[in-house]
Design a protein around this ligand. Structure first.
Ligand SMILES: Cc1cc2nc3c(=O)[nH]c(=O)nc-3n(C[C@H](O)[C@H](O)[C@H](O)COP(=O)(O)OP(=O)(O)OC[C@H]3O[C@@H](n4cnc5c(N)ncnc54)[C@H](O)[C@@H]3O)c2cc1C
Length: 387
């Protein structure tokens, strides 16, 4: 292989570049980045930038890998062995698609995805400003907190009957309502916004989620999932087109662990998936079986209202729920039976990092856990194993 093109200059693209070099690829690496900004980290946008904190965001691409980084140069298409841009086409032997996701928007709203978005939003969150946030998901909650801390008058509209409804059962999401109340934020559950102009706010943020930024691939022949447009990849992150892999927010991979296809729009996936995708790309068809599949226990976190929520695993509707919460902080697990005994399939915690770390390790190793012991928060999770 002489040249590999990475499409996307976010965390997954950066990690792909790094993996190419650490795995011994000596050819040319071209990275196409739609933004005019070198690769940077997104979680600090809502947690640090909006709070006027001096955060370090940018990854050191030049120190990590020798990369021909082309800023402000989006790919406009991919054909066999060629990546298209408005500045011309680039022939290559392999492609890593790491294009992330675009926020869902509504007319008259702003969104938070990029550093430019974060700077603009921060400048508008002035003391006394009326801020409306549509959606009490992860981004909506983090921005509501930052806006309230900046002295804004904040109203959050959520169509569902509880915050964080895409990720947590209603009763768990409702446990966060007190955090809004403590900061004087008006949280209007069950209220869907149809007319943004009627809100009469100085700033309206849409926190409605994001969709894979894969529109430019529509003529590429690469298989995409109907519905969300995610790039369909196998357990080694290979797309339907040979020599093209996909990672991060834009990809939906096959998980043998959960016997389903997963798209996890979170940092940990963008960090770890590229090493597997790059190994599969470099191995080629004949040696790909030697590459360990990407099959993690998914993980993500959110910092909001002075608390850290962490979630790991993947649960199904039939899994049994076991609560080991205490006053103030909480931890809830979900269990399914296996031939070896009960297995923890998922865990959600607030301010219990130790529970999360221990449970994630046991889930990864598929260690059976005693649900009764687990239910007692006095027992460390690692002491709840069976056998
Ligand atoms: C404000 C914010 C806070 C977050 N906080 C958390 C958190 O607390 N915990 C957590 O787990 N996750 C968090 N996330 C999610 C996490 O940041 C993402 O999952 C991660 O950034 C995904 O990385 P990625 O490289 O796949 O995509 P991205 O970071 O979106 O990078 C993709 C890049 O590709 C570029 N691109 C798109 N199309 C093209 C094209 N055609 N050609 C070239 N380039 C293109 C995009 O402009 C973008 O720069 C947060 C996200 C945001 C926005």
């Amino acid at each position: 292989m002489q040249r590999i093109v990475i499409v996307g200059g976010g965390l997954a693209g950066f990690e792909a570049a790094r993996a190419l070099r650490t795995q011994g690829f000596a050819g040319e690496v071209v990275m196409l980045a739609a933004e005019g900004e070198p690769p940077y980290d997104r979680p600090p946008l809502s947690k640090g930038v909006l709070a006027w904190r001096d955060v370090s965001l940018h990854f050191d691409v030049s120190a990590a890998a020798d990369v021909d980084l082309r800023l402000g140069t989006p790919a406009t298409g991919v054909n066999a062995g060629t990546v298209l841009t408005e500045a011309g086409s680039i022939e290559c032997d392999g492609v890593v698609l790491a294009v992330g996701a675009d926020p869902i928007t509504l007319p008259g709203t702003t969104t938070l995805r990029t550093l430019t978005d974060a700077h603009q939003l921060r400048d508008s969150l002035e003391m006394g400003a009326e801020v409306a946030i549509i959606g009490a998901g992860w981004i909506g909650a983090e921005v509501a907190f930052a806006a309230a801390e900046n002295g804004c008058s904040v109203t959050v509209y959520e169509a569902a009957d509880s915050p964080l409804s895409a990720a947590l059962p209603a009763d768990l999401g409702l446990r966060t309502v007190q955090w809004y109340e403590q900061l004087g934020i008006s949280l209007r559950l069950g209220e869907r916004v149809d007319d943004v102009s009627a809100l009469g706010a100085d700033v309206v943020l849409a926190g409605l989620g994001a969709r894979p930024a894969t529109g430019f691939l529509s003529d590429s022949g690469i298989e995409m999932r109907p519905g969300d447009g995610a790039i369909v990849v196998d357990d080694r992150l290979r797309s339907s087109t040979p020599g093209v892999v996909a990672v991060g927010d834009c990809a939906a991979w096959w998980s043998s662990r959960y016997d389903t296809r997963l798209r996890i729009e979170h940092w940990d996936t963008a960090l770890h998936a590229p090493a597997v995708a790059v190994a599969a790309l470099l191995a080629g068809e004949s040696a790909v079986k030697s590459v360990e599949p990407y099959d993690p226990v998914p993980y993500f976190w959110s910092d909001q209202f002075g608390h850290t929520i962490q979630c790991a695993g993947h649960r199904s509707a039939t899994d049994r729920r076991v609560d080991r919460s205490e006053q103030g902080d909480w931890a809830v697990g979900w269990f399914a039976d296996s031939a070896d005994g009960p297995q923890l399939t998922a865990l959600a915690v607030v301010d219990r990092p130790r529970d999360l770390t221990q449970a994630r390790r046991l889930m990864t190793a598929r260690t059976p856990i005693d649900p009764e012991k687990f239910a007692d928060p006095a027992n460390p999770v690692k002491a709840c194993t069976l056998g």
